[in-house]
Design a binder for this molecule. Sequence first.
Ligand code: PLP
Length: 484
Amino acid sequence: MTEPLLYEISSPGRRGCRLPQPDVQREELPAGFLRDDLPLPEVSEMDLVRHYVHLSQLNHAVDTGFYPLGSCTMKYNPRVNEAISHLPGFTQLHPLQPPDTVQGALVLLYELQEFLGEISGFPGISLQPAAGAHGEMTGVLIMRKALYDRGETQRNVILVPDSAHGTNPATTTMSGLKVVQIASDAAGNVDLDALRVHLSDQVVGLMLTNPNTLGLFDEQVLEVTRLVHEAGGLVYGDGANLNAMLGICKPADLGFDVMHFNLHKTFGTPHGGGGPGAGPVGVTAELATFLPGPIVVEQEDEESPFLTWHVPEKSIGPVKSFYGNFGVLVRAYTYIRMLGAEGLRRVAENAVLNANYLLSRIRGVYPLPYDRTCMHEFVVEGRIEGAPDVRALDISKRLMDYGFHPPTNYFPLIVPEALMIEPTETESKETLDAFAEALLKIAEEAREDPELLHNAPHTTPLGRLDEVRASHPKTMRLCYTQEC
Ligand SMILES: Cc1ncc(COP(=O)(O)O)c(C=O)c1O
């Protein structure tokens, strides 16, 4: 049954709540302060509750079903993270309070810096950036400033492999630098010959998403970072896929100079939920002086409070207000403390195991362009032998009828009809099996009745949307009230 919209059930005079009688004298509001031109719905409290609960059920969510959206790490985030981040001792602090009145919060931030440093191998950490892409831009600005500081102001190019996350070239451009794309080799690694051709004294550095968007760990990463350093450049490691490496490998040991973390993918905050995120940045000791502050440090004077904050000497300047998104940092701290070193390692092991298991279930039916052991995710082609008209989009839309969120479609661009699948470590074998069965069944359906896929989804409140109109404010409502 389609629920009526709130405006349609509005009835004059109906109220959702009654305010208590005022205990002060009533005064008329000055003329013009009250407006009656807004058609606000008049509904009961129950109507309102039903309206919002119904809206919340229209979307697929990690809380309602499997969500294998590649590159997004849509895992279950334990509720305890939420509970801790909502404690009044955290929510009722003010960022301008003097350090001696917020020692608990500073201890949390200090220890989180230490934990992220230990996990990544980077001695310098700034918690300030608010998202992955924001962390990338912070890192690239640090790289640029460090090279300018050496007097190498002619450097204006960032090399970006074609298997990088899309935010890497975008960040480069936003930072005022030029992007030069580097091809991948047949195994899905950075092509070393292509890299050598583009290395010069114009290069600020290379941005390497590792594992890359094919879900593959670059087997030549040590040679890649060595070559870039030899040319005088720096290497940015996109650490958003850290879920595959936690406790197994430290990115700093691979030769990266800068890296961001996606706390809202890896460390306990939901990704893509429309809420805030955090993209802390880690750097080598040499680059620590360029980090944005405030950074929590130990007070040298033992008479004074134990912890305080400082801004590094050659900082690129603040990239966000105060300490960054504090609530997300509390969640990450809780998650790390809850799992400990052993638990974090098992996160990565299970993320990789789940991805390889799922891959093994559908191998041979969905073409695999780079047939290697994958990391936390993998990319297959959304093409089915014997069903030439069926495309990746059709497969994804049909998966919705089976109750699953589709994988990431048409990304990375180097794989035709790409379906990028990231199951995450929090899913059970039963869920992985059910998803694999659905994909295998859909392959059969594609051969027997391709129209079933072309017209999918059949069971969702709306079918295929015109995605441009659906996201434009002027046409959005039209799109949600009729098929478009
Ligand atoms: C590999 C990679 N890099 C960067 C990002 C950008 O992160 P954000 O969406 O927080 O800006 C993502 C996002 O998922 C990612 O998967």
